[in-house]
Write a protein that binds this ligand. Structure first.
Ligand code: F6P
Length: 543
């Protein structure tokens, strides 16, 4: 098989090297002089410390050789050049163009997409600012005070995450609401809260055929017509999509449609008009700063040598941990509450991109790909799931993320959070030995029998790998940088694994089956339902 990771000579060298390293513990590695300098990199206001992974400078050398052997530099070039990197959908992936300043023409299918991007961006930002300033009013002349984003997946997660992260930059007196789930609870809650005359709905859907979004948007429209009448719809509903016909059908006015392009994947789309809710929430200036931060990362990614390239290093370390150290999931642990939706956002980015079982040429992979991503703000996690991380049997890797400057006026509190971050990263790495536990208990006056009984329960095996990502502060620019850093890290991982990160066929099977289930649930016989489906059908009838 041509694209066989396991046959790469750098891979074989890494396998041998992993064997050689298998006896060493992070607590010993960490005490080697010069380790932090050798295994950390800084770019602008972002510092990556990857010294708490079970690797050495030799490992890094071999990993960099793997990046070269797996053609990472050429693939990065192809990505930026607009080549068809998504072969199963015959598309380039040009989300970087959305955050690039005006520059030389960029052709997709012979058309210069830069002009279109700029036109749409300016239209979108003009609307955002007009809403923020109160210049744009509802049909009755009322100021818009509520914005409801109706979308799911990439048309929800990125914008929610960013709006939460940039709370300090929010336009006052403008509430943003989200409806993504199809179960009706968000819909009911939001519609109960918003006064129609002061509300703008954004129907946010690349395809405009996503079932959940279509149902929610139509329900919101029906509710709205009941409140203010059909004539007001055009003033209160805007949409973002590639699907002009569906927007026609929904009754979205031409001036309230914002274009998307098929060369932007949903999970990479917050930089486009899909980010309209972000632009409304924080204003055009901050939205532009977010784009600039993303572009700064792209420039770093495109031009920095592999050995200093943050996304490349993060990807190499992640692949080392997963494929050669046996970690089975990646915890995302931000030490700032504003990033509380970051793990959820990364779940789609990483798991929808790299959750693939075949190589680019359709051969089954013989190595593990994709990563189970999960996480919570770290300080909360300490008082919940960290017990398992410290003393359970799971094998995981973690990313600690924190701005050094806090987002609140409570600087002392933020410093306590940072102290916890440092402590947890050290504790994951170093652990706590049986000898240390015995010595502690003895020093506390416990009898030898008590020491023997209790000491094993106090052992922390340690040796758990983690990165620390420090930002100076969490602002629109650094958030853009951070998001793009993970996007490009995911891309590099896909190159190493030899898979296509830009398609998502795996979401289709269940979607199709759900249509059949829905029909069967409503049919007289329930034919086609699995046994439990008949219970659902019966209970639904009874309720
Ligand atoms: O079902 C998965 C998915 O296609 C994602 O890739 C996408 O972000 C989401 O659904 C929403 O799609 P759309 O923006 O077209 O409604």
């Amino acid at each position: 098989m041509a694209d066989d990771l396991l046959q790469a000579s750098a891979w074989k060298a890494l396998e041998r090297h992993a064997d050689d390293l298998s006896g060493s513990h992070l607590r010993d590695l960490l005490d080697q002089p010069g380790r932090f300098a050798a295994l950390s990199r800084q770019h602008d206001h972002c510092l990556l410390d990857f010294s708490r992974n079970r690797l050495t400078a030799d490992t890094l050398r071999l990993l960099l050789a793997l990046a070269s052997e797996r053609d990472v530099p050429r693939r990065v070039q192809a990505l930026f050049a607009g080549e068809v990197v998504n072969a199963t959908e015959n598309r380039p992936a040009q989300h970087m163009a959305l955050r690039a300043p005006a520059s030389p023409p960029l052709l997709v299918n012979g058309a210069d997409i830069r002009l279109e991007i700029e036109v749409e961006r300016e239209r979108m930002l003009a609307l955002a600012d007009a809403i923020g300033s109160g210049e744009y009013r509802g049909a009755s002349g009322a100021r818009i005070r509520h914005v409801v984003n109706i979308g799911i997946g990439g048309s929800d997660l990125g914008l929610v995450m960013a709006i939460e992260a940039l709370h300090e930059y929010r336009t006052p007196d403008l509430a943003i609401h989200y409806i993504s789930n199809v179960d009706g609870t968000q819909l009911a809650d939001v519609l109960a809260r918003v006064p129609a005359a002061e509300t703008l709905f954004i129907v946010c859907s690349k395809t405009f055929v996503t079932w959940e979004t279509a149902l929610n948007a139509n329900a919101a429209r029906t509710w709205f017509i009941g409140q203010l009448g059909e004539a007001a719809v055009t003033r209160h509903f805007v949409a973002v999509s590639v699907n002009a016909a569906a927007m026609d059908q929904f009754g979205i006015a031409l001036e309230h449609r914002f274009r998307m392009w098929d060369w932007v994947g949903g999970r990479y789309s917050l930089w486009s008009s899909i980010g309209l809710a972000i632009a409304i929430a924080v204003g055009s200036e901050h939205f532009r700063a977010l784009l600039a931060g993303g572009h700064a990362l792209d420039e770093h990614f495109r031009t920095a040598p592999l050995a200093d390239n943050l996304p490349v290093l993060m990807a190499l370390v992640a692949v080392w941990n997963q494929n050669l150290q046996g970690t089975t999931s990646q915890a995302i642990l931000p030490y700032v509450g504003r990033l509380h939706r970051f793990a959820a956002y990364l779940q789609q980015l990483e798991m929808e991109s790299n959750g693939k079982g075949v190589t680019r040429d359709g051969q089954p992979v013989r190595w593990s790909t994709g990563t189970v991503i999960w996480g919570e703000p770290g300080n909360n996690g300490q008082h919940s799931f960290f017990q398992l991380l410290h003393q359970g049997t799971a094998s995981f890797a973690a990313d600690f993320i924190a701005p050094v400057e806090g987002s609140s006026p409570y600087a002392d509190q933020h410093l306590v959070g940072l102290a916890n971050l440092l402590a947890q990263a050290e504790a994951f790495a170093r652990g706590y030995t049986l000898e240390a536990a015995q010595a502690e208990l003895t020093a506390r006056g416990k009898s030898p029998a008590e020491v023997a009984r209790l000491a094993p329960h106090k052992v922390h095996p340690g040796n758990h790998p983690s990165n620390i990502l420090l930002l100076r502060r969490l602002d629109p620019h650094s958030l853009g940088f951070l998001i793009a850093l993970y996007e490009q890290k995911v891309f590099v991982q896909s190159c190493l694994w030899g898979i296509n990160p830009f398609d998502q066929w795996g979401v289709e099977l269940g979607k199709g089956m759900a249509v059949g289930m829905h029909d069967a649930l409503q049919s007289p016989s329930g034919a086609g339902l699995p046994p439990i489906g008949h219970v659902v059908r019966q209970w639904a009838k009874d309720s």
